[in-house]
Write a protein that binds this ligand. Structure first.
Ligand SMILES: [Mn+2]
Length: 316
């Protein structure tokens, strides 16, 4: 059930012993929201822990290197930036049907939780959480300011995407003016620093780029064999999807990655007017108009054929 800001604040102010879940393949937004919420609970005398199906990538250490409370029996379950309980990964089975509150900004949110606070116009779940804190009059710590800023910056591609609207910039400005925040260093860590392995990976990615539909569609498909041959470890492919729409003339880019279970994780990006969330929904996924994802079964060739057909339809 979708609930109001007031109801959400009441809930947040009155719960205790909380598990906060991010989505699998965690990004800056779910990590930032999860830990900023954890910081809120901690500073208001409650116990909570942030849980994720996958490990947090090293570059978020400045956020994730904080103590989770332990030794408590969870009573309340909250998801952040999780549009679909499937995205809870290994935690879905145990907790997927028990979520008391979901805080999200995905228009495709499945309304799987008991209560959902959704602001689909917000650029990031971190922006949603910031709005709640602001209404509550809760003052961020420097730490949670860094969490929130990181989530907003990463979900907007460093304030470059269309979702970075005036309100998003105003919020970033508020955070910057009232906190000791090393935003330049955060953005350098998030967007510029690359390992040698990453540089090599990006050149490999460019080499396997395939163009379809007169160059309007680019597919980059990384199979399990390539993952092994290139020595890719978890998290290293984050952000690769955006490379698929960098080539001149591309309208839709799809980054396909074979998972260990043989299914394909497909990340769609749109550089033009195609709504890739709609395409992904036909495959049981979802997301945003310009960035969305889904899972496709079968073999790599049939996955590509399905993608090409779906994009061809969307382009006409
Ligand atoms: Mn997000």
């Amino acid at each position: 059930m979708f609930i109001s800001e007031k109801e959400t604040i009441e809930f947040l102010q009155n719960c205790d012993n909380i598990y906060i879940f991010t989505h699998r393949s965690p990004d800056g937004d779910c990590i930032g929201t999860g830990f900023a919420l954890h910081d809120f609970f901690r500073r208001t005398g409650r116990r909570s822990a942030v849980l994720c199906s996958d490990n947090f990538p090293d570059k978020f250490k400045f956020i994730t290197d904080t103590e989770n409370d332990s030794d408590f029996t969870p009573e309340v379950f909250i998801t952040v930036d999780v549009a679909d309980k499937k995205l809870m990964g290994k935690y879905e089975k145990l907790y997927g049907d028990k979520i008391n509150l979901c805080i999200d900004h995905h228009v495709s949110n499945k309304d799987y939780a008991e209560r959902t606070f959704l602001k689909a116009d917000d650029a990031a779940a971190c922006q949603v959480l910031y709005g709640l804190f602001r209404t509550m009059g809760f003052e961020l710590s420097d730490y949670s300011a860094a969490c929130i800023y990181t989530g907003i910056s990463t979900d907007t591609g460093c304030f470059r995407y269309e979702n970075a609207n005036a309100e998003t910039h105003i919020i970033a400005g508020e955070i910057m003016s009232s906190h000791n925040l090393n935003y330049a260093e955060i953005n350098r860590q998030m967007f510029e620093i690359k390992s040698k392995a990453r540089m090599t990976l990006e050149s490999n990615i460019c080499n396997i780029m395939e163009e379809y539909l007169d160059g309007k569609l680019v597919i980059v498909a990384v199979t399990a064999d390539m993952v092994q041959k290139w020595g890719i470890v978890s998290g290293e492919l984050d952000g690769v999807a955006s490379i698929t729409v960098q080539l001149e003339g591309t309208e839709v880019g799809v980054f396909v990655k074979e998972r260990e279970d043989g299914t394909f994780r497909c990340s769609f990006r749109s550089a033009g007017s195609v709504n890739v969330s709609e395409i992904c929904q036909t495959f049981g996924g979802g997301g945003h108009a310009k960035a969305a994802g889904c899972t496709i079964d079968g073999n790599i060739e049939s996955a590509k054929t399905q993608i090409i057909e779906a994009v061809r339809k969307a382009l006409t």
